[in-house]
Structure formats: C-alpha cells, structure tokens
Design a protein around this ligand. Structure first.
Ligand SMILES: [Mn+2]
Length: 314
C-alpha cells in the first residue's frame, strides 16, 4: 500500500501540500519534509495551511508556509489530516478541485477521503513520512530529519506516550542517523519560554484552587493576571497539565477569562473521569482525557458549575 502511494506520488509533476488547521509539529514537520523530498525529485511544490503558523515553528523553518495555494499544481497532498474538514478554510479548495488527491495520515478515524490514501495508525504521521521517503528512494537529509523528528517528538510526547513502540524507536533511530538534532529540537520546543510566560505561570500556580477532596484542581487566569505581567493569552498553553501531576488530583481545569463573565475552560483527566462528558454538558467537547468548553458567570459561579459537573463523573 505504501509502495503504491509512493509510486503514484513520484509520478506527479507538481503538488500543493496541505496541513490541518491550527497546525502542530506533526502536520508541519510532515509537510516541510515532504516539500524537500519533492524538491529533490524535481517536483514543483508549495505548502499551505489556513491558520497562522505558531512562531515556534516559524523559528524552526516553517516560514515558507502559505495561507492560500498559489501554484497551479497537478496534485494535492494532505498530511496528518483525518478528514477534509480538518483543513479548515482550505477544505473548500480541496473539495472543489479537480486535482489528483493524496492523503497520508496516522489517525484511526481517517475517512480515506482522497483518491490515493495511505493510513497507518502509529505514534506520529512523521513516522509514515519517513517510511514513504525510503520507499521513494529519497535520501533523508539532516534538514528533513529535523522536520520529521519535530513531528515525532510532538505526537509521541517525546517518546513517552502509551502508543510508542519498537517501530517508533526504529524510525527515531533512522532520523538520528540522518542527523536529527534531538537535543536542540527539545530545547526549542519544550525547554524555553518567554520571561513573561514564566512570571504568569508562577503567579497563577500560586493561586490554584482545589475542590472535591483535592480531586479537582483549577488554574484561574484573569485578564488582570495577564496585564500584571504583560503576558498574552496564548502563553497559557500547557498550564492545565501542571496541576494534574499532583497526587490525588484526577481532573485539572484551566479557566481563562476571555472577557467579563466568560471563561474558556480546558480540562485534563488522569483517566478516572471522562472530561469529554463534562465538557459536553456545557456544549463543548474533545477527548476522554482532554477537552474544553466555554462557561459564563463570575469566577465563583463557574467554579461551582464545574466542580458539580466533575463530581457527577467521579
Ligand atoms: Mn499527528
């Protein structure tokens, strides 16, 4: 199946590579490595994503990603994208095009929406990309290895998630042999932050509230907290994970004041509580272990609603 995919992709003269909306390291890494692979085969290409690419990835080489396709290409290749609607604004472009379409992905839920599909459930789509390049007899350069490792580190939680297996490590080995700088990437991706984010973190972690016999922990970020240290809302990314490390805490919530009496709530669970159910009861949703919703009212009202909803799942 990968062989067929490789043969058909090698035969196109030009391609538009599409990332999913709100891109992560896996879709970006897959797309940029593929772009270089196609370059080496003399296949003209471009990489597009409907969303603004996070600064972190721009610093790691994602600056060439466009919002809209410009190339009159023969094919479209979607990477790390379970269905065409994950393309966001670009799903229209995909659905209306008469081009030959390709889909290479690792999600179990993938709907095989393209003309040519390669879906293999594994830790990260960059794993599939690595095997694809080998199948296409493309040499994996150091630059490509770094993009692929970026995806692997992102989706495997730096090789710590439960779906990591021997094959994940073997692909990791291929990329290290090709020159991937795992140390440098880890630093850039996970070990550095702006001083304002650090100050915001220490400030809000000082005020974490515990409920339900310490089984629910809530981080609360008010607009006034952001103003006090000069931080931006997106800097709260990852805050919700920290209280979950506390022994006994089953659910961690991060409440972000969007405006007066409106909070964006992120939820994480250790496993006992299905936070998708909690979020759904407020019109939100997500996954069993990670989800989100919007809540309205004063902080105390929102905390009340939330702890009641969690208590019903405990
Ligand atoms: Mn992925």
């Amino acid at each position: 199946m990968l062989k067929k995919f490789a043969e058909k992709l090698s035969a196109v003269r030009s391609a538009t590579i599409l990332c999913h909306m709100r891109p992560d390291g896996d879709t970006i890494g897959s797309a940029l490595a593929l772009s270089l692979a196609l370059d080496s085969l003399g296949i003209e290409n471009e990489v597009c994503c409907e969303s603004v690419v996070p600064e972190l990835f721009v610093n790691l080489g994602a600056g060439k990603i466009r919002n809209k396709p410009r190339l009159d290409s023969e094919a479209i290749v979607c990477v790390d994208c379970a269905d065409e609607f994950r393309l966001g604004e670009l799903s229209d472009y995909f659905l209306k095009s008469k081009k030959k379409t390709f889909n290479i992905d690792h999600h179990v839920s993938n709907t095989r929406y393209a003309d040519v599909n390669y879906v293999n459930n594994c830790s990260a789509n960059c794993q599939n990309m690595t095997r694809l390049f080998q199948e296409m007899h493309v040499e994996i350069t150091k630059e490509m290895a770094n993009f692929l490792m970026m995806g692997l580190l992102t989706d495997s939680g730096s090789f710590t998630h439960s779906d990591v297996n021997g094959e994940t490590m073997r692909v990791g080995g291929v990329l290290l042999d090709a020159g991937a700088d795992i140390d440098g990437l880890t630093y850039q991706m996970f070990r550095r932050q702006k001083k304002t984010r650090f100050l915001l973190n220490t400030r809000v972690m000082n005020k974490v509230r515990f409920f339900l016999d310490d089984r629910l922990a809530c981080v609360i970020v008010m607009q006034s907290d952001l103003e006090a240290v000069g931080a931006k809302p997106e800097m709260t990314e990852g805050f919700v994970d920290f209280p979950l490390t506390v022994d006994g805490v089953e659910v961690s919530a991060a409440l972000m004041e969007v405006k007066r009496e409106q909070f964006k709530v992120s939820l994480r669970s250790k496993g006992e509580v299905n936070v998708n159910e909690v979020a759904s009861s407020f019109g939100g949703g997500g996954h069993v272990l990670a989800s989100g919703c919007m809540l309205f009212g004063s902080v105390e009202e929102v905390l009340d609603k939330l702890s009641f909803a969690v208590s019903r799942q405990l």
